[in-house]
Design a protein around this ligand. Structure first.
Ligand code: IVH
Length: 673
């Protein structure tokens, strides 16, 4: 088809249209067509591109999640360092900052300085580079000098343009990747349902999402980006002030926070800070303060910077959100390991957009130290994290409660005497069959990262325990369809589904089974190491502490816990019963059986010319290899760079194969194909 055919023209027209609607929707918050009309445009473009793959361009709006998963995130150096900010915690400190700044500027400082005032978005900072108007790379801040290349993930951000409206020779903008609060709650709800750990705050969730190796997964978390700086521009003149830079970025269709304001003189800055602090809870993203920047770029240059932060900018951090409320009750919960933790149930109080009605007190010692009891009025505080803490009691209950809370001596669930290990602050219920422990253990056993038994959630486990249908993990494999179907909210179909799921879990690999057992200190990673070292569970059961410690990364504390677990006849019996129930515990070696990396241990030494240590490590681990820090007979390869010393010598004496960077790359290359 000729280049100027109507279809080709339509493709171009559609791209322009889609970009402009995306901008109206995601950047301006002002859509002019319905979602379904928009979807129809994307569909039409996708269809045309499918029919004419030769017309697909990297900047087509359909290429948002186009990239395939990558093996690791390469490290890139920033053209100029991405600095951090100094913090101030009061308006007083902010004034002191301005005085220092004035001294620095000397007689160049006007009577009233102009500032750019912006919300400080609690996210992850990012540099985004456009060349000839095309998005070419995005790099995280990292240590300020070099960061990780996250271009594929960043392309999933819906408000971000792949192509600027004009082909500016070179443009670097910097900004904050963040998760809108609603999206953050959605992700955490989903993780809870799947039995995964929840994120403490939106920043952690955003940082995790942007670094995922599979852009399709990143796209599932709807990240957003606010641009807060134009770092460099070539081919056009750099505006004279920071505010003008932000206007330039906004004019190019990049998303700049709309609460940005220019302020003349410090009084206006202070007013801005007060106003933002009042607004913070009405925003749909987390803001932890304001950033105040000298507006004139010339004065910025004059003020200069320290190694860590510019002198021309400062953060004004908001205080943690606080509220007072009453303690209605103190509840103690028994976890999977028997740990007893107190939780205060509070009179519900709104705090930064969420209603708080409970608050953990961590352990007995903290409860005593803070002297919290029923009826007390407490001051609670929430930083950027969702979980609040009790700062202190502000008013003791008067009169004191008739029946004050006392730390229990016995497990509130099974009545066993609570025990406390020597240096520990945590009391534990020592009874492994305690129903509370059993409940949490069963939930852990069934969770996604352990045996992955879908459908075996809290409601069901509670019923199974109440009806005494299970007393340990092995009983799950003897459940009968009829009995299951008779339970609340279960029908024949759901019972059959659950049995199907339980049946499938019989084939889970050994490392998952080890993790599922819930041995103290043995998480997923340790379980992997153990399964590699003891591919037959019988060997693991017989392993002495010494044997266990021979496994890389397993120390005396973990070895002792594992030994103790398998010494208990009850646990040995459990393994035997699991086996009898058909749980096979096969050991599936790390990915790519027989590959050059699978199951091999690498030691890195010296400086590699073109890879940082982290990059080299990622090349190895992402292909199923392990990286160890010291050379021993177990080492498969030593990767040596410049100035490799003792480790290289030891590798030679043990006749361990030695690779250079190119050898490593060649091995990896073969593996990728
Ligand atoms: S300016 C040299 N502006 O806060 C300029 N930073 O605590 C340095 N941040 O690393 C940054 N919102 O990730 C700037 N409007 C804003 C910001 C902002 C959030 C982050 C940024 C920075 C961190 C420092």
């Amino acid at each position: 088809m000729p280049e100027d055919s109507p279809a080709k023209k339509r493709v171009e027209e559609l791209r322009e249209l889609i970009w402009s609607h995306r901008k109206r929707y995601y950047v301006d918050n002002d859509p002019v067509i319905s979602d379904s009309e928009y979807d129809a445009l994307e569909r039409e473009l996708l269809d045309l591109e499918e029919a004419h793959p030769e017309w697909v361009t990297v900047d087509s709006p359909t290429r948002r999640v186009g990239a395939a998963p990558i093996a690791f995130l390469p490290t890139l150096r920033h053209a100029r360092p991405m600095l951090s900010l100094d913090n101030t915690y009061s308006l007083e400190e902010l004034r002191e900052w301005e005085e220092r700044l004035r001294r620095q500027l000397g007689d160049r400082a006007p009577a009233r300085l102009s500032f750019s005032c912006e919300p400080k978005i609690d996210g992850v900072s990012l540099s985004v580079v456009y060349e000839r108007g095309l998005l070419v790379r995005a790099v995280t801040r990292g240590d300020g000098f070099e960061g990780e290349e996250v271009t594929a993930g960043v392309r999933t951000i819906r408000s971000l343009l792949f192509r600027l409206p004009r082909p500016i020779e070179y443009l670097e903008v910097r900004g904050e990747v963040h998760l809108p609060l609603e999206e953050f709650s959605r992700i955490n709800r989903q993780r809870e349902e799947r039995g995964e750990s929840v994120f403490a705050n939106p920043r952690n969730a955003a940082a995790g999402a942007i670094r995922l190796l599979d852009p399709r997964l990143t796209a599932e978390r709807r990240l957003d980006l606010f641009v807060w700086q134009v770092a460099e521009i070539r081919g056009e003149t750099m505006p004279a002030s920071h505010s003008d830079c932000l206007d330039l970025a906004r004019g190019l269709g990049l998303k700049v926070n709309r609460h940005h304001r220019r302020a003349v003189g410090l009084e206006e800055v202070e007013r801005y800070c007060r106003e933002m602090q009042e607004k913070r809870d009405s925003l749909d993203y987390e803001v932890d303060g304001c950033v105040i920047k000298v507006d004139a770029l010339e004065l910025q240059q004059l003020a200069g910077q320290t190694a860590r932060a510019p002198r021309w900018a400062v953060a004004y951090k908001f205080p943690a959100r606080q509220a007072t409320t009453k303690v209605l009750a103190i509840e103690v919960n028994v976890g999977r390991t028997g740990a007893v933790t107190p939780t205060a149930l509070l009179e519900p109080v709104p705090l930064g957009g969420v209603t708080i009605s409970r608050c953990t007190l961590h352990n007995e010692e903290e409860l005593r130290r803070k002297d919290v009891n029923l009826g007390d009025i407490v001051l609670i505080e929430r930083g950027g994290d969702v979980i609040p803490k009790i700062v202190k009691v502000t008013l003791k209950a008067d009169p004191p409660p008739e029946r004050p809370f006392r730390w229990p001596e016995d497990c509130p669930v099974c009545g066993s005497k609570l025990a406390k290990e020597a240096e520990e602050v945590i009391s534990r219920c020592p009874n492994v069959s305690c129903p509370a422990r059993l409940r949490e253990s069963l939930l852990h056993f069934a969770s996604r990262r352990a045996m992955d038994i879908e459908g075996l959630g809290e409601a069901l486990v509670d019923q199974l325990l109440a009806r005494k249908m299970v007393a340990d993990f092995a009983d799950l494999y003897h459940l009968e369809r009829g009995a299951l179907a008779a339970m609340d909210r279960m029908a024949d179909k759901s019972a059959a589904n659950l049995l199907e799921q339980i049946g499938q879990s019989r084939d889970r690999d050994l490392s998952r089974v080890i993790h599922a057992l819930g041995i103290r200190f043995v998480g997923e990673k340790t379980a992997d190491l153990l399964a590699d070292a003891f591919p037959d569970v019988e060997d693991l059961m017989e392993a002495t502490e010494e044997d266990l410690q021979r496994v890389q990364e397993i120390g005396p504390r973990v070895a002792a816990a594992i030994r103790q677990f398998f010494q208990e006849s009850r646990n040995r019996d459990l393994i035997r019963r699991l086996r009898e129930a058909g749980v096979r515990m096969p050991h599936v070696p790390p990915p790519r059986v027989g590959g050059a990396f699978a199951g091999k241990t690498f030691v890195l030494t010296g400086t590699l010319p073109g890879l940082t240590r982290e990059e080299a490590a990622r090349i190895i681990t992402s292909r199923g290899g392990k990286v160890a820090s010291s050379v021993s007979r177990k080492t498969s390869y030593v990767v040596a760079g410049e100035e490799a010393g003792a480790k290289l010598a030891k590798a030679r004496s043990l006749e361990i194969p030695i690779l250079d960077e190119q050898d490593l790359r060649n091995l990896a290359e073969k593996e990728t194909r």
